[in-house]
Design a protein around this ligand. Sequence first.
Ligand code: AMP
Ligand code: MG
Length: 391
Amino acid sequence: MLDVPLARATVLRHAHRREPVRTAPAVGRVLAEDVASDVDSPPFDKALMDGYAVRADDARPGAELRVVEEIAAGAMPSKTLTTNEAARIFTGAPIPGGADAVVMREKTSSPASDRVIVNDSPTAGQFILRRAAEMKVGEIVLPAGTVLTPQAIGVLATVGRAVVEQYPAPTVAVLATGDELVEPDSIPGPGQIRNSNGPMLLAQATAAGAAARYLGIARDTEADLAARIADGLTADILILAGGVSAGDFDLVPKVLKDLGVTPHFHHVKMKPGKPLFFGTKGHTLVFGLPGNPVSSFVGFELFVRPAIRAKAGNAVTGDGIEKMPLAESFLGNNNRPTYHPARIESNGVRGLPWFGSADLRALLDANALLVLPPGEVNYDAGSTVDVLPII
Ligand code: AMP
Ligand code: MG
């Protein structure tokens, strides 16, 4: 049986990123090309205040200057300032030749429309942003691999890139399995429960940056499973919940094999979620997560999230585990490495009360999982533990 790091490495070895596409930049996507600026920004020495462009040497408190023109944002100056001249100027407008400072309007008075009295002693360069201070033409401002944040999308606009090479969102298909399941809008009959994994896994996939599609509930028959799985194999990643353990109705591994999916592992040394299947067909990754909701959730966080990120063009490095002090003492008692719902607070991390893999409600307060080694260990408050933050 593989341990988690080896299982994760196996998944990542098969998680090839998608071919880049050339489209309008979309938030969360990863850039697949180096982007250079096609402009100096700002394109000219630019006023950062409304006021008067002046020659700093002329402008001392009480000096009266002749206003030779008015320059609005979007206009170009037509005059070069000479001794004791000023130009009325607005934020964003180009600084006229001869001027080397801007005096803000609040520090002036205007005895006539063509005169200004300065109440300031400006230093040279004051309230001027020099041409190309932000970026130079030809300079690479966004290297390949950059995640397209809103501000990156703003900079792409600055440099004239309405379309860029970027890795598309991986497509993810989610299939719930089980004769006992009904959808959330139904009242469960005797022996039935609601399908919580379907909506949860769709939400996890969407939050991880995938384009997720729901395939419904497959009943525990080979025919129904085969039809829905065949549909799901058109996605970059197919996630199944349930039907992967060793019970009589756990048909998923067999049906996957019949449909040409190559199995890579079927069990992982972890709790919850030991019977976790991973296989591939072509470039499609197939995850069979155990049906207990916390097992599904944890299996997704450990294996599916990194696969989505890798397929989306991110460099996936490290296991995400951080060292943190325990805020309260905690008794660990497990036969396998365990991922226990936890909450990171200002004074450390706290293990949450938890009834095991069927107790999804315990995750409501969780923002992390304690990563505990097997064995009975009594951790004192303040001792350092491994923690996997969850998003
Ligand atoms: P399985 O992995 O199919 O053996 O299911 C393990 C447990 O998880 C059983 O108690 C199932 O009823 C439950 N379960 C399976 N699928 C879901 C689901 N989609 N939503 C909620 N519980 C589920
Ligand atoms: Mg089942």
